[in-house]
Ligand binder design. Structure first.
Ligand code: ZN
Length: 113
């Protein structure tokens, strides 16, 4: 379950910000988890609640954006939406697609007190 490791790194990031900027509590953490990122948002929320306990991020809410998967079809030379790696181009049915978006996993911002 790599969501637990991701949750730990989010808590570490929050703790670093807390130490640097002198705040005591993280209220909300805004994340982008791309549809192609292989991260289960529910598993991440569950893992986060466990690892955040007793830290500056204890009780913080995760606000999770889900950017859709986007791939460039090499035949059509256009960007098309895909739900998963290996999906064919919805335009031509071709399989030569290169993912260009939706694989990201990043913290957008932290709301602190
Ligand atoms: Zn195509």
């Amino acid at each position: 379950m790599h969501e637990l490791a991701i949750a730990e790194s989010i808590v570490e990031l929050a703790a670093e910000h807390a130490a640097r900027d002198g705040f005591r509590q993280v209220r909300r953490i805004h994340l982008a988890i791309g549809a192609l990122s292989h991260v289960d948002p529910r598993a991440l929320e569950f893992g986060f609640a466990a690892v955040a306990s007793g830290t500056v991020a204890d009780g913080a809410t995760l606000v999770i954006d889900r950017p859709p998967g986007v791939a460039r079809c090499l035949a059509c030379q256009v960007d098309v939406p895909i739900a998963a790696y290996g999906d064919p181009c919805p335009g031509c049915g071709g399989a030569e697609l290169m993912a260009v978006g939706g694989a990201e996993l990043r913290v957008i911002d932290l709301e602190v007190v």
